[in-house]
Design a protein around this ligand. Structure first.
Ligand code: ADP
Length: 482
Protein backbone atom coordinates (compact mmCIF):
# COMPACT_ATOMS: atom_id res chain seq x y z
CA UNK A 1 0.00 0.00 0.00
CA UNK A 2 0.98 3.62 -0.46
CA UNK A 3 0.74 5.38 2.89
CA UNK A 4 1.17 9.08 3.67
CA UNK A 5 1.91 9.42 7.37
CA UNK A 6 1.11 12.94 8.54
CA UNK A 7 2.56 14.13 11.81
CA UNK A 8 3.55 17.34 13.55
CA UNK A 9 6.69 15.74 15.01
CA UNK A 10 8.93 12.76 14.30
CA UNK A 11 12.13 11.49 15.84
CA UNK A 12 14.99 12.24 15.12
CA UNK A 13 13.99 15.52 13.49
CA UNK A 14 11.74 17.18 16.06
CA UNK A 15 10.36 15.75 19.30
CA UNK A 16 8.34 16.96 22.23
CA UNK A 17 6.74 13.66 23.27
CA UNK A 18 5.68 10.11 22.49
CA UNK A 19 4.13 11.08 19.15
CA UNK A 20 7.63 11.65 17.75
CA UNK A 21 8.63 8.11 18.72
CA UNK A 22 5.53 6.59 17.15
CA UNK A 23 6.19 8.66 14.02
CA UNK A 24 9.66 7.17 13.87
CA UNK A 25 8.82 3.54 14.55
CA UNK A 26 5.46 2.92 12.90
CA UNK A 27 6.37 4.16 9.39
CA UNK A 28 9.56 2.08 9.50
CA UNK A 29 7.70 -1.03 10.67
CA UNK A 30 5.17 -0.52 7.87
CA UNK A 31 8.01 -0.10 5.39
CA UNK A 32 9.49 -3.39 6.59
CA UNK A 33 6.16 -5.04 5.89
CA UNK A 34 6.48 -3.95 2.28
CA UNK A 35 4.55 -0.68 2.17
CA UNK A 36 5.61 2.54 0.51
CA UNK A 37 5.43 5.06 3.36
CA UNK A 38 6.12 8.80 3.19
CA UNK A 39 6.17 10.89 6.34
CA UNK A 40 5.08 14.51 6.01
CA UNK A 41 5.86 17.04 8.75
CA UNK A 42 6.65 20.76 9.11
CA UNK A 43 10.20 22.00 8.58
CA UNK A 44 10.72 23.59 11.95
CA UNK A 45 13.75 25.68 12.65
CA UNK A 46 15.10 22.81 14.81
CA UNK A 47 15.13 20.48 11.80
CA UNK A 48 18.63 21.41 10.79
CA UNK A 49 19.03 21.18 7.03
CA UNK A 50 22.69 20.23 7.12
CA UNK A 51 22.60 17.83 10.04
CA UNK A 52 19.69 15.90 8.57
CA UNK A 53 20.81 16.25 4.96
CA UNK A 54 17.62 17.86 3.73
CA UNK A 55 17.30 18.41 -0.01
CA UNK A 56 15.06 21.02 -1.55
CA UNK A 57 12.88 19.12 -3.99
CA UNK A 58 10.01 21.43 -4.82
CA UNK A 59 9.42 25.18 -4.69
CA UNK A 60 7.35 27.15 -4.78
CA UNK A 61 4.40 25.15 -3.48
CA UNK A 62 1.13 27.05 -3.58
CA UNK A 63 -1.09 26.39 -0.55
CA UNK A 64 -4.59 27.91 -0.45
CA UNK A 65 -5.36 29.28 3.01
CA UNK A 66 -8.07 31.57 4.31
CA UNK A 67 -9.13 32.70 0.82
CA UNK A 68 -5.60 33.68 -0.09
CA UNK A 69 -2.46 31.77 -1.01
CA UNK A 70 0.70 30.97 0.92
CA UNK A 71 3.93 29.90 -0.67
CA UNK A 72 5.92 27.02 0.68
CA UNK A 73 8.72 24.63 -0.20
CA UNK A 74 9.17 20.89 0.14
CA UNK A 75 12.37 19.39 1.48
CA UNK A 76 13.16 15.71 1.59
CA UNK A 77 15.27 13.52 3.85
CA UNK A 78 15.87 9.82 3.54
CA UNK A 79 16.41 7.47 6.46
CA UNK A 80 14.86 4.06 5.66
CA UNK A 81 11.71 5.96 4.70
CA UNK A 82 11.28 9.27 2.91
CA UNK A 83 10.25 12.27 4.98
CA UNK A 84 8.87 15.37 3.28
CA UNK A 85 9.16 18.63 5.18
CA UNK A 86 6.82 21.51 4.46
CA UNK A 87 8.74 24.73 4.85
CA UNK A 88 7.12 28.07 5.52
CA UNK A 89 9.30 30.07 7.86
CA UNK A 90 6.61 32.47 8.97
CA UNK A 91 4.86 29.54 10.65
CA UNK A 92 7.58 27.06 11.49
CA UNK A 93 10.83 29.01 11.59
CA UNK A 94 10.68 29.29 15.36
CA UNK A 95 12.71 27.82 18.20
CA UNK A 96 9.96 25.53 19.43
CA UNK A 97 7.14 23.49 17.91
CA UNK A 98 3.90 24.58 19.55
CA UNK A 99 4.65 27.47 21.90
CA UNK A 100 6.99 28.99 24.43
CA UNK A 101 6.94 27.05 27.67
CA UNK A 102 3.32 26.32 28.55
CA UNK A 103 2.00 29.16 26.40
CA UNK A 104 0.88 28.01 22.96
CA UNK A 105 1.64 30.21 19.95
CA UNK A 106 -1.28 32.53 19.30
CA UNK A 107 -1.44 31.50 15.66
CA UNK A 108 -1.48 27.72 16.16
CA UNK A 109 -4.91 27.47 14.51
CA UNK A 110 -3.53 29.17 11.42
CA UNK A 111 -0.21 27.27 11.46
CA UNK A 112 -1.81 23.85 11.55
CA UNK A 113 -4.61 24.75 9.15
CA UNK A 114 -1.82 25.67 6.77
CA UNK A 115 0.09 22.44 7.42
CA UNK A 116 -3.05 20.33 6.95
CA UNK A 117 -3.95 22.11 3.74
CA UNK A 118 -0.40 21.87 2.42
CA UNK A 119 -0.54 18.07 2.54
CA UNK A 120 -2.65 17.91 -0.61
CA UNK A 121 -0.60 20.07 -2.97
CA UNK A 122 2.49 18.40 -1.52
CA UNK A 123 1.23 14.91 -2.37
CA UNK A 124 0.27 16.07 -5.83
CA UNK A 125 3.64 17.70 -6.42
CA UNK A 126 5.33 14.45 -5.33
CA UNK A 127 2.96 12.51 -7.60
CA UNK A 128 2.21 10.28 -4.64
CA UNK A 129 -1.39 9.14 -4.71
CA UNK A 130 -1.78 7.39 -1.38
CA UNK A 131 -4.15 4.55 -0.57
CA UNK A 132 -4.05 5.71 3.03
CA UNK A 133 -3.52 9.07 4.68
CA UNK A 134 -2.70 8.36 8.31
CA UNK A 135 -3.15 11.44 10.54
CA UNK A 136 -2.11 11.99 14.14
CA UNK A 137 -3.68 14.20 16.80
CA UNK A 138 -5.27 17.63 16.53
CA UNK A 139 -2.42 19.18 14.54
CA UNK A 140 -3.55 17.13 11.53
CA UNK A 141 -7.26 17.25 12.38
CA UNK A 142 -8.16 19.28 9.31
CA UNK A 143 -6.57 16.82 6.86
CA UNK A 144 -9.55 14.39 6.92
CA UNK A 145 -11.89 17.38 6.75
CA UNK A 146 -10.17 18.75 3.65
CA UNK A 147 -10.00 15.29 2.07
CA UNK A 148 -13.80 15.01 2.26
CA UNK A 149 -14.53 18.62 1.25
CA UNK A 150 -12.04 20.58 -0.87
CA UNK A 151 -10.49 17.41 -2.30
CA UNK A 152 -13.60 15.19 -2.38
CA UNK A 153 -13.61 14.95 -6.16
CA UNK A 154 -9.91 15.37 -6.80
CA UNK A 155 -8.83 12.39 -8.95
CA UNK A 156 -5.57 12.08 -6.99
CA UNK A 157 -7.47 11.16 -3.84
CA UNK A 158 -10.70 9.49 -4.91
CA UNK A 159 -9.55 6.10 -3.64
CA UNK A 160 -7.72 7.44 -0.59
CA UNK A 161 -8.99 6.46 2.86
CA UNK A 162 -8.12 8.53 5.92
CA UNK A 163 -7.29 7.29 9.38
CA UNK A 164 -6.71 9.40 12.47
CA UNK A 165 -4.84 8.18 15.52
CA UNK A 166 -5.62 9.98 18.76
CA UNK A 167 -2.63 9.79 21.09
CA UNK A 168 -4.12 11.76 23.98
CA UNK A 169 -7.65 13.12 24.13
CA UNK A 170 -6.47 15.73 26.62
CA UNK A 171 -5.11 17.78 23.69
CA UNK A 172 -7.68 18.76 21.06
CA UNK A 173 -6.67 21.97 19.33
CA UNK A 174 -9.53 24.18 20.48
CA UNK A 175 -9.58 27.71 19.08
CA UNK A 176 -11.72 30.81 18.84
CA UNK A 177 -14.35 30.33 16.14
CA UNK A 178 -12.96 33.24 14.12
CA UNK A 179 -10.22 30.84 13.10
CA UNK A 180 -12.74 28.86 11.07
CA UNK A 181 -11.84 31.24 8.24
CA UNK A 182 -8.58 29.31 7.69
CA UNK A 183 -10.53 26.25 6.61
CA UNK A 184 -12.25 28.03 3.70
CA UNK A 185 -15.30 25.91 4.49
CA UNK A 186 -18.96 26.86 4.64
CA UNK A 187 -20.29 27.97 8.01
CA UNK A 188 -22.68 25.01 7.91
CA UNK A 189 -19.67 22.98 9.07
CA UNK A 190 -19.13 25.29 12.02
CA UNK A 191 -22.04 23.80 13.90
CA UNK A 192 -22.44 21.19 16.62
CA UNK A 193 -22.58 18.53 13.87
CA UNK A 194 -19.33 19.89 12.47
CA UNK A 195 -16.24 21.43 14.00
CA UNK A 196 -17.98 23.65 16.52
CA UNK A 197 -17.34 22.86 20.15
CA UNK A 198 -18.83 24.95 22.95
CA UNK A 199 -18.89 28.02 20.75
CA UNK A 200 -15.29 27.44 19.67
CA UNK A 201 -13.80 25.18 17.03
CA UNK A 202 -12.05 21.90 17.67
CA UNK A 203 -9.57 20.46 15.16
CA UNK A 204 -9.49 17.01 16.72
CA UNK A 205 -13.25 16.81 16.50
CA UNK A 206 -12.97 17.53 12.77
CA UNK A 207 -10.41 14.77 12.38
CA UNK A 208 -12.62 12.28 14.20
CA UNK A 209 -15.77 13.20 12.29
CA UNK A 210 -14.21 13.04 8.85
CA UNK A 211 -11.89 10.04 9.16
CA UNK A 212 -12.91 6.65 7.84
CA UNK A 213 -11.40 4.99 10.89
CA UNK A 214 -10.25 6.43 14.20
CA UNK A 215 -7.75 4.68 16.40
CA UNK A 216 -6.28 5.31 19.77
CA UNK A 217 -3.21 3.79 21.32
CA UNK A 218 -4.69 1.02 23.46
CA UNK A 219 -7.83 -1.08 23.51
CA UNK A 220 -8.83 0.00 26.99
CA UNK A 221 -8.35 3.70 26.24
CA UNK A 222 -10.63 3.34 23.19
CA UNK A 223 -13.33 2.21 25.60
CA UNK A 224 -12.52 4.72 28.33
CA UNK A 225 -12.75 7.77 26.09
CA UNK A 226 -16.39 6.95 25.46
CA UNK A 227 -17.07 7.84 29.09
CA UNK A 228 -17.38 11.38 30.45
CA UNK A 229 -14.53 10.82 32.90
CA UNK A 230 -11.93 10.21 30.18
CA UNK A 231 -13.47 11.72 27.05
CA UNK A 232 -12.78 15.41 27.77
CA UNK A 233 -16.17 16.45 26.42
CA UNK A 234 -15.77 14.34 23.29
CA UNK A 235 -17.24 11.20 24.90
CA UNK A 236 -20.60 11.54 23.07
CA UNK A 237 -18.74 11.80 19.76
CA UNK A 238 -16.61 8.74 20.54
CA UNK A 239 -19.75 6.82 21.43
CA UNK A 240 -21.32 7.93 18.17
CA UNK A 241 -18.42 6.65 16.07
CA UNK A 242 -17.62 3.58 18.17
CA UNK A 243 -18.17 1.22 15.23
CA UNK A 244 -15.17 2.80 13.52
CA UNK A 245 -13.12 3.37 16.68
CA UNK A 246 -10.27 0.94 17.42
CA UNK A 247 -7.45 0.59 19.93
CA UNK A 248 -3.97 -0.46 18.82
CA UNK A 249 -1.24 -0.45 21.42
CA UNK A 250 2.07 1.16 20.55
CA UNK A 251 5.06 -1.10 20.23
CA UNK A 252 8.48 -1.05 21.81
CA UNK A 253 11.66 -0.40 19.88
CA UNK A 254 13.56 -3.44 21.13
CA UNK A 255 16.60 -2.32 19.16
CA UNK A 256 16.92 0.38 21.80
CA UNK A 257 15.21 -1.13 24.84
CA UNK A 258 16.65 -4.57 25.46
CA UNK A 259 18.86 -5.40 28.48
CA UNK A 260 20.64 -8.11 26.49
CA UNK A 261 22.01 -5.60 23.97
CA UNK A 262 21.68 -2.17 25.66
CA UNK A 263 24.97 -0.31 25.44
CA UNK A 264 23.80 2.50 27.73
CA UNK A 265 23.93 0.26 30.82
CA UNK A 266 27.10 -0.95 32.61
CA UNK A 267 26.35 -4.67 32.30
CA UNK A 268 23.90 -6.43 30.04
CA UNK A 269 21.64 -9.21 31.30
CA UNK A 270 18.91 -11.66 30.34
CA UNK A 271 16.09 -13.49 32.11
CA UNK A 272 18.31 -16.55 32.50
CA UNK A 273 21.18 -14.64 34.00
CA UNK A 274 20.10 -11.60 35.98
CA UNK A 275 23.49 -10.97 37.59
CA UNK A 276 24.11 -7.90 35.40
CA UNK A 277 21.00 -6.29 36.87
CA UNK A 278 22.76 -6.14 40.26
CA UNK A 279 25.67 -4.29 38.69
CA UNK A 280 23.23 -1.84 37.10
CA UNK A 281 21.53 -1.34 40.46
CA UNK A 282 24.80 -0.47 42.16
CA UNK A 283 25.70 1.93 39.34
CA UNK A 284 22.31 3.59 39.61
CA UNK A 285 22.60 4.04 43.37
CA UNK A 286 26.05 5.51 42.94
CA UNK A 287 25.01 7.82 40.13
CA UNK A 288 22.21 9.34 42.22
CA UNK A 289 24.21 9.53 45.44
CA UNK A 290 22.34 6.82 47.32
CA UNK A 291 23.90 4.19 49.63
CA UNK A 292 24.93 1.22 47.51
CA UNK A 293 22.98 -1.76 48.80
CA UNK A 294 21.73 -4.64 46.70
CA UNK A 295 19.07 -5.66 49.18
CA UNK A 296 17.27 -2.32 49.44
CA UNK A 297 14.45 -2.32 46.91
CA UNK A 298 14.48 0.62 44.52
CA UNK A 299 11.15 2.13 43.51
CA UNK A 300 11.40 4.29 40.41
CA UNK A 301 9.45 6.67 38.21
CA UNK A 302 10.36 8.33 34.90
CA UNK A 303 7.71 10.77 33.94
CA UNK A 304 6.46 14.12 32.92
CA UNK A 305 5.43 15.73 36.20
CA UNK A 306 1.82 16.46 35.41
CA UNK A 307 -1.60 15.88 36.89
CA UNK A 308 -2.21 13.14 34.28
CA UNK A 309 0.66 11.05 35.58
CA UNK A 310 -0.54 11.06 39.23
CA UNK A 311 2.83 12.28 40.48
CA UNK A 312 1.13 14.31 43.23
CA UNK A 313 -0.29 11.10 44.70
CA UNK A 314 3.06 9.40 44.39
CA UNK A 315 4.84 12.18 46.30
CA UNK A 316 2.41 11.90 49.18
CA UNK A 317 2.59 8.13 49.18
CA UNK A 318 6.36 7.85 49.26
CA UNK A 319 6.44 10.39 52.07
CA UNK A 320 4.17 8.13 54.11
CA UNK A 321 6.12 5.02 53.16
CA UNK A 322 9.43 6.52 54.17
CA UNK A 323 8.22 6.52 57.78
CA UNK A 324 7.85 2.76 58.00
CA UNK A 325 9.40 0.91 55.05
CA UNK A 326 12.94 0.30 53.91
CA UNK A 327 13.38 1.32 50.26
CA UNK A 328 14.97 3.84 47.97
CA UNK A 329 13.00 6.03 45.60
CA UNK A 330 14.32 7.35 42.33
CA UNK A 331 12.65 9.82 40.04
CA UNK A 332 13.67 11.22 36.66
CA UNK A 333 11.36 13.84 35.31
CA UNK A 334 10.54 17.34 34.26
CA UNK A 335 7.43 19.41 34.62
CA UNK A 336 5.44 21.26 37.22
CA UNK A 337 7.42 23.35 39.67
CA UNK A 338 5.36 22.65 42.78
CA UNK A 339 5.91 18.91 42.35
CA UNK A 340 9.64 19.42 41.92
CA UNK A 341 9.67 21.39 45.17
CA UNK A 342 7.72 18.67 46.95
CA UNK A 343 10.18 15.93 45.92
CA UNK A 344 13.14 18.20 46.70
CA UNK A 345 11.77 18.72 50.17
CA UNK A 346 11.59 14.95 50.62
CA UNK A 347 15.15 14.54 49.40
CA UNK A 348 16.46 17.10 51.89
CA UNK A 349 14.66 15.30 54.72
CA UNK A 350 15.57 11.75 53.63
CA UNK A 351 18.80 11.97 51.60
CA UNK A 352 19.47 8.24 51.90
CA UNK A 353 16.09 7.38 50.37
CA UNK A 354 15.51 9.87 47.57
CA UNK A 355 17.54 9.95 44.36
CA UNK A 356 16.34 12.68 42.02
CA UNK A 357 17.25 14.01 38.60
CA UNK A 358 15.30 16.83 36.99
CA UNK A 359 15.53 17.16 33.24
CA UNK A 360 15.43 14.88 30.25
CA UNK A 361 18.13 12.22 30.17
CA UNK A 362 17.79 9.22 27.90
CA UNK A 363 20.82 7.31 29.19
CA UNK A 364 19.74 7.74 32.82
CA UNK A 365 16.31 6.46 31.78
CA UNK A 366 18.00 3.27 30.54
CA UNK A 367 20.03 2.92 33.75
CA UNK A 368 16.90 3.35 35.86
CA UNK A 369 14.98 0.73 33.87
CA UNK A 370 17.91 -1.64 34.28
CA UNK A 371 18.84 -0.92 37.90
CA UNK A 372 15.50 -0.37 39.65
CA UNK A 373 13.37 -3.17 41.11
CA UNK A 374 9.89 -1.67 40.96
CA UNK A 375 8.49 0.89 38.51
CA UNK A 376 5.49 2.97 39.52
CA UNK A 377 2.90 4.55 37.20
CA UNK A 378 -0.11 5.89 39.12
CA UNK A 379 -1.59 7.64 36.06
CA UNK A 380 -5.03 9.23 36.18
CA UNK A 381 -5.27 8.21 32.56
CA UNK A 382 -2.71 6.66 30.23
CA UNK A 383 -3.53 6.30 26.52
CA UNK A 384 -0.77 3.71 26.05
CA UNK A 385 2.30 4.26 28.22
CA UNK A 386 5.71 2.99 27.23
CA UNK A 387 7.63 2.80 30.47
CA UNK A 388 5.66 -0.13 31.84
CA UNK A 389 6.65 -2.08 28.72
CA UNK A 390 10.31 -1.02 28.95
CA UNK A 391 10.29 -1.94 32.65
CA UNK A 392 9.00 -5.42 32.02
CA UNK A 393 11.73 -6.05 29.46
CA UNK A 394 14.35 -5.10 32.08
CA UNK A 395 12.82 -7.26 34.84
CA UNK A 396 11.73 -4.14 36.71
CA UNK A 397 8.26 -4.89 37.98
CA UNK A 398 5.55 -2.39 37.04
CA UNK A 399 3.02 -1.21 39.61
CA UNK A 400 0.34 0.56 37.61
CA UNK A 401 -3.09 2.02 37.86
CA UNK A 402 -5.48 -0.17 35.84
CA UNK A 403 -6.19 2.40 33.16
CA UNK A 404 -5.70 2.61 29.38
CA UNK A 405 -2.58 0.96 28.03
CA UNK A 406 -1.35 0.17 31.53
CA UNK A 407 -4.33 -2.09 32.06
CA UNK A 408 -3.93 -3.70 28.63
CA UNK A 409 -0.26 -4.58 28.99
CA UNK A 410 0.33 -5.56 32.64
CA UNK A 411 -0.98 -8.92 33.87
CA UNK A 412 -1.46 -9.11 37.65
CA UNK A 413 0.89 -11.41 39.55
CA UNK A 414 -0.77 -14.60 40.74
CA UNK A 415 1.53 -16.33 43.24
CA UNK A 416 -0.61 -19.49 43.32
CA UNK A 417 0.08 -20.18 39.63
CA UNK A 418 3.30 -18.24 39.23
CA UNK A 419 1.77 -16.18 36.45
CA UNK A 420 1.58 -12.45 35.79
CA UNK A 421 3.98 -9.62 35.06
CA UNK A 422 3.23 -6.88 37.60
CA UNK A 423 0.73 -5.28 39.96
CA UNK A 424 -2.35 -3.16 39.35
CA UNK A 425 -4.66 -1.03 41.44
CA UNK A 426 -7.80 0.81 40.45
CA UNK A 427 -8.81 3.38 43.03
CA UNK A 428 -6.97 6.64 42.65
CA UNK A 429 -6.00 7.47 46.22
CA UNK A 430 -2.94 7.73 48.42
CA UNK A 431 -4.43 5.04 50.66
CA UNK A 432 -4.69 2.53 47.81
CA UNK A 433 -1.31 3.36 46.36
CA UNK A 434 0.27 3.12 49.81
CA UNK A 435 -1.41 -0.25 50.45
CA UNK A 436 -0.39 -1.58 47.03
CA UNK A 437 3.25 -0.57 47.33
CA UNK A 438 3.51 -2.03 50.85
CA UNK A 439 2.14 -5.30 49.54
CA UNK A 440 4.59 -5.26 46.61
CA UNK A 441 7.50 -4.60 48.99
CA UNK A 442 6.38 -7.58 51.04
CA UNK A 443 6.36 -9.73 47.88
CA UNK A 444 9.83 -8.46 47.00
CA UNK A 445 11.20 -10.11 50.14
CA UNK A 446 10.41 -13.53 48.68
CA UNK A 447 13.24 -13.40 46.16
CA UNK A 448 12.46 -16.81 44.69
CA UNK A 449 8.96 -15.78 43.68
CA UNK A 450 10.20 -12.37 42.64
CA UNK A 451 12.58 -13.96 40.16
CA UNK A 452 9.73 -15.89 38.55
CA UNK A 453 7.80 -12.64 38.30
CA UNK A 454 10.79 -10.93 36.69
CA UNK A 455 11.24 -13.71 34.20
CA UNK A 456 7.55 -13.59 33.28
CA UNK A 457 7.78 -9.85 32.75
CA UNK A 458 10.88 -10.12 30.60
CA UNK A 459 9.10 -12.41 28.17
CA UNK A 460 6.43 -9.79 27.48
CA UNK A 461 6.75 -8.63 23.90
CA UNK A 462 5.00 -5.89 22.01
CA UNK A 463 6.91 -5.20 18.84
CA UNK A 464 6.24 -2.50 16.29
CA UNK A 465 6.10 -5.26 13.70
CA UNK A 466 2.96 -6.62 15.39
CA UNK A 467 1.46 -3.16 15.89
CA UNK A 468 2.08 -2.34 12.21
CA UNK A 469 0.30 -5.58 11.27
CA UNK A 470 -2.78 -4.40 13.16
CA UNK A 471 -2.69 -1.02 11.42
CA UNK A 472 -2.34 -2.80 8.11
CA UNK A 473 -5.54 -4.77 8.81
CA UNK A 474 -7.37 -1.51 9.59
CA UNK A 475 -6.04 0.16 6.44
CA UNK A 476 -7.56 -2.69 4.45
CA UNK A 477 -10.84 -2.25 6.29
CA UNK A 478 -10.80 1.50 5.62
CA UNK A 479 -10.20 0.91 1.92
CA UNK A 480 -13.20 -1.39 1.80
CA UNK A 481 -15.19 1.62 2.93
CA UNK A 482 -16.18 0.38 6.39
P1 ADP B 1 3.98 10.30 27.61
O1 ADP B 1 4.16 10.21 26.13
O2 ADP B 1 2.56 10.56 28.06
O3 ADP B 1 4.94 11.24 28.28
P2 ADP B 1 4.87 7.53 27.64
O4 ADP B 1 5.09 6.57 28.78
O5 ADP B 1 4.01 7.06 26.53
O6 ADP B 1 4.33 8.88 28.26
O7 ADP B 1 6.26 7.92 27.03
C1 ADP B 1 7.17 8.67 27.72
C2 ADP B 1 8.54 8.45 27.13
O8 ADP B 1 9.38 9.54 27.50
C3 ADP B 1 9.21 7.22 27.66
O9 ADP B 1 10.06 6.72 26.67
C4 ADP B 1 10.02 7.75 28.85
O10 ADP B 1 11.09 6.95 29.19
C5 ADP B 1 10.44 9.07 28.33
N1 ADP B 1 10.68 10.09 29.36
C6 ADP B 1 9.78 10.81 30.04
N2 ADP B 1 10.39 11.70 30.86
C7 ADP B 1 11.72 11.52 30.68
C8 ADP B 1 12.90 12.12 31.22
N3 ADP B 1 12.82 13.09 32.11
N4 ADP B 1 14.09 11.70 30.78
C9 ADP B 1 14.20 10.71 29.87
N5 ADP B 1 13.13 10.10 29.31
C10 ADP B 1 11.93 10.50 29.71
Amino acid sequence: MKIAFITSEAYPYAKTGGLADVSFSLPRALHKRGHDVRIIMPRYYVVDKRRFKLTLIHAPLCVPLGFTEKWAAIYEAYDTVITYFIEHDNYFGRDSLYGYGDTPFEDNAERFAFFSRAIFPCLKAMEFEPDIIHCNDWQTGLVPVFRKTHYASDPSFTDTAVITTVHNVGYQGVFHRDNFIWTELGWDLCTAEGLEYFDQINYLKGGILFSDIVTTVSRKYAIEIQSEEYGYNLAPLFRKIKKRLYGISNGVDYGKWNPATDTLIPQQFTGDDLSGKGTCKAALQKRLGLPVNRKTPILAAISRLTHQKGMDLLAETVELLSADERFQFIILGSGEEWLIRKFEDLRSRFPAIFGIYWGYDESLAHLIEAGADIFIMPSRYEPCGLNQMYSMKYGTIPVVRATGGLDDTVIPWDPANGTGTGFKFTELSVRTLYGTIREVLRKYRNQKEWKTLQQNAMIFNRSWHDAAGEYEALYKLALKGV
